[in-house]
Design a protein around this ligand. Structure first.
Ligand code: SF4
Length: 347
């Protein structure tokens, strides 16, 4: 497979995205004004606790937000490139403007933007072979014959580290181990060579050895294919391994964005610092207790005023943090943070 060098052009720009769920109990602002971008070939880590809106952000890009959720504001610009080098042309489509059931988003989903997630059994049908399902995805998006689709599927399975790919292609999903199924799902997702892979906790259900193998595999395939990855996880260890840029989400908002080294060595937001204190470190005495983040994630129907993290924050400043909502500011060198410790209000 030839290596792809796509440069660092823009791929996805998410601007002030708001995706709300309208329930009988009230409105849940799952994604509440999120802004970020991903460049071609880049890996963006999206990190936060359960319910912080990271998966719904991925679903919003693919326009698969489940009912009763919907995008209520903002834009998601997908930059598309055709041709090579000097003859390359760029067009931009706003995914929020597309009919989620329409032909255009269907042609983008699976082909230009693909998804892998925690449980492959939910993306594979148990009654069809792995091969038939991968071939169906290829035939849907590429102008190839059935035989060619079969060859592409076998080649992709082989690339994803499945031994005896020409045998695996005839297997049903339930005949494979968890790690093999995950590899097969990655093969299906990458069979159309997407420009963006959204990986939503893809290794959470796997043992650490298989997880390490899958992460190495994804890095290798990314280098070969030049795709960008949006890696969604609660696991900071995986983020450190995979991501170049990281956004930290809390209650539907991005609270910090930085390159991976700045985030780990110089975290700014008290929530990010608390997340980092809560992970085990090699060499730390086993009897030293890990920090936990104080308090609970607030009730989604009853979001605190001001900074939504203030009831749990060790640096809470009364009269400021519980009153004024912080905005994103540059804390230096493009390290963005949304906290009054950095916007002058706390001094
Ligand atoms: Fe803590 Fe205040 Fe910063 Fe919020 S704005 S994270 S409460 S210091």
């Amino acid at each position: 497979m030839a290596r792809v060098n796509q440069g660092q052009g823009m791929l996805i720009e998410v601007n002030n995205l708001k995706t709300y769920f309208f329930l009988d109990e009230g409105t849940v602002r799952a994604v509440d004004g999120v802004t970020f971008d991903i460049k071609r070939g880049q890996t963006l880590g999206v990190v936060g606790e359960s319910g912080c809106g990271k998966s719904v952000t991925g679903q919003s890009i693919l326009r698969i937000v489940p009912h009763p959720g919907r995008i209520v504001e903002g834009s998601i610009l997908l930059h598309r490139y055709k041709g090579n080098g000097a003859s390359e042309t760029e067009t931009v489509v706003d995914l929020t403007k597309l009919d989620p059931m329409g032909d255009e988003i269907r042609s983008i989903r699976g082909a230009e933007i693909a998804l892998i997630f925690q449980e492959p059994m939910t993306s594979f049908s148990p009654v069809h072979t792995i091969g038939n399902q991968i071939m169906e995805a290829i035939l849907l998006h590429q102008d190839v014959t059935k035989d060619e689709a079969r060859e592409i599927a076998i080649d992709m399975l082989r690339h994803c580290g499945l031994p005896r790919a020409d045998d695996v292609i005839n297997r049903y999903p339930w005949e494979l181990s968890g790690g093999m199924r995950q590899r097969a799902m990655i093969a299906m997702a990458l069979s159309c060579r997407p420009s963006l892979l959204i990986a939503d906790e893809p290794t959470t259900a796997l043992d650490v050895t298989t997880e390490a193998q899958i992460l190495t595999l994804m890095q290798g395939l990314q280098e070969e294919m030049g795709m960008a990855i949006m890696y969604i996880t609660h696991n900071l260890g995986v983020i450190a391994e995979m991501a170049e840029e990281v956004i930290v989400m809390y209650l539907g908002k991005v609270v910090e964005r930085a390159d991976v080294d700045s985030l780990f060595y110089d975290p700014k937001h008290p929530y990010t610092r608390a997340l980092l204190r809560s992970i085990p470190k090699i060499g730390r005495r086993s009897r030293v207790r890990l920090d936990t983040i104080e308090g609970m994630v607030p009730d989604p129907y009853n979001i605190p005023p001001g900074c939504t993290f203030h009831p749990r924050c060790r640096s809470f400043m009364p009269g400021i943090c519980n009153v004024i909502e912080p905005q994103m500011v540059d804390a230096g060198g493009g390290h963005l943070v949304s906290c009054h410790l950095y916007d002058g209000k706390g001094k």
